[in-house]
Design a binder for this molecule. Structure first.
Ligand code: PGA
Length: 254
């Protein structure tokens, strides 16, 4: 299995100066465990300031979104080329907040994944069901259809990486993470979808499955029991240097 990965999603919570200060504080508190990758995803305006603070460290940089065109008349958008130039290695794509507030569709998400891969950014593809979908027993179907739409026509070849983040919407920012059993079921399903699309060696070595939704330093180790989980996408708990660094330091092996 590939290295575990923990991704901090700071959303629109911090300005450039606050982001740079938090990056520095996290850098100082993270132990030098070789086992995993740590990615900080500040807002666009904070990317270069954060990059400067984490240079010469094991922390990596990611963006919270990416547009599918490389250049042109697309007011307000950021291209993979620009993100790469700023030092990004990852891009979160299809976060439920973008689907909900920005009207991001499956087609847009699919194009963004293709663009990211084409320009050497690793997509962190988010999928997740609503509370109603879970209550009505439609969680599995929802995840399956989101993932199939997101990855339609997307090749993942040796040398490329893909991260799939399962983030149930009812769990984001609510303090209610999924249970180990719920996670096990959905991650099994995600793996099945991936195996329908890609060869086993690609799925095993180039695709990481991570969980997001109310993960913190106290509950992260509960997910170790769920064999398929290879890391986390962390919102609220990544905004405090102490909390985030103990989450990382506890989760990664020496
Ligand atoms: P949370 O957010 O950790 O605050 O629940 C996760 C996310 O939205 O990526």
């Amino acid at each position: 299995m590939s290295k575990p990965i923990i991704i901090a999603n700071w959303k629109m919570n911090l300005g450039p100066k606050e982001s740079a200060a938090l990056a520095l504080a996290i850098k100082e508190k993270i132990k030098n465990k070789p086992d995993g990758e740590i990615v900080l995803c500040p807002s666009f305006s904070a990317l270069s300031g954060v990059k400067e603070k984490i240079s010469r460290s094991r922390l990596k940089l990611g963006a919270q979104d990416v547009f599918w065109q490389v250049a042109g008349s697309f007011t307000g958008e950021e291209s993979s080329r620009s993100l790469l130039e700023l030092g990004c290695e990852y891009a979160i794509i299809g976060h439920s907040e973008r689907r909900q507030y920005l009207g991001e569709s499956e087609i847009m998400i699919n194009k963004k994944i293709a663009a990211a891969l084409a320009h050497s950014l690793t997509p962190v593809v988010c999928v997740g069901e609503t509370l109603l979908e879970r209550q009505e027993g439609r969680a599995g179907y929802r995840i399956l259809s989101q993932l199939e739409a997101a990855l339609q026509g997307i090749e993942v070849v040796a040398g490329e990486e893909l991260v799939v983040a399962y983030e149930p919407i009812w769990s984001i920012g609510t303090g209610l993470p999924v249970s180990a059993e719920q996670a096990e079921e959905i991650f099994g399903l995600i793996r099945q979808v991936l195996l329908d699309l890609y060869p086993l060696t690609i799925v095993n070595n180039h695709v990481r499955l991570i969980y997001g939704g109310s993960v913190n330093a106290a509950n992260a180790s509960d997910f170790k029991a769920v064999g398929l989980i290879n890391g986390f996408l962390v919102g609220g708990a990544s905004l405090k240097a102490n909390e985030f660094s103990s989450l990382v330091n506890n989760f990664f092996k020496d």
